[in-house]
Design a protein around this ligand. Structure first.
Ligand code: AMP
Length: 147
């Protein structure tokens, strides 16, 4: 069995997140691996110049989403004693940026939930599927209960 050295949890803050966290905790302990956690705040396009007054609102909204994401990530990280430097928060696309963060941080196992806030209908059809197909390292999709 592979001896993992750096495990990355992809946290979407959905209600089943604790199952993903629990599995990560067990694996990190049995492999004596470093544990990191990431959350991607989904980016959305800002209004173009024709709607200039909207731009500052959108930027404020992004800042608010990033601040709130950091807070939630830090609370989750605390439960697994993950230090601040291993809490990774990015603005972007979950499918793309989870894989990029894993590459950049020399992660050898990514742990995702089989589905998340997008629901069971998209089982392995969205983030988990994309990460599985694009990651250069192993990916564990923790099977989550159906709603
Ligand atoms: P979903 O694409 O919503 O079915 O989510 C599947 C799994 O991908 C979730 O259980 C998380 O582990 C991960 N995931 C989804 N969205 C994000 C996100 N914004 N940031 C980090 N991980 C995510």
């Amino acid at each position: 069995m592979a001896n993992y050295q750096h495990i990355l949890i992809a946290a979407d803050f959905s209600e089943h997140n604790h199952a993903v966290m629990q599995r990560a905790k067990e694996l990190a302990a049995s492999h004596q691996a470093k544990l990191s956690i990431c959350h991607i705040v989904e980016d959305f396009p800002i209004a173009d110049f024709a709607y200039e007054p909207m731009i500052s609102i959108d930027i404020d909204m992004r800042d608010a989403l990033v601040d709130s994401g950091k807070k939630q990530l830090s609370e989750l990280a605390k439960t697994l004693a993950i230090s601040e430097q291993n809490q990774l928060l990015e603005l972007g696309s979950p499918s793309y940026d989870i894989v990029r963060l894993a590459d950049e941080n020399k992660v050898d196992l990514i742990i995702v939930g089989s589905h998340g806030r997008h629901g069971i209908k998209m089982l392995l059809g969205s983030t988990a599927n994309s990460v599985l197909h694009h990651a250069k390292c192993d990916v564990l999709a923790v099977k989550l209960p159906e709603e």
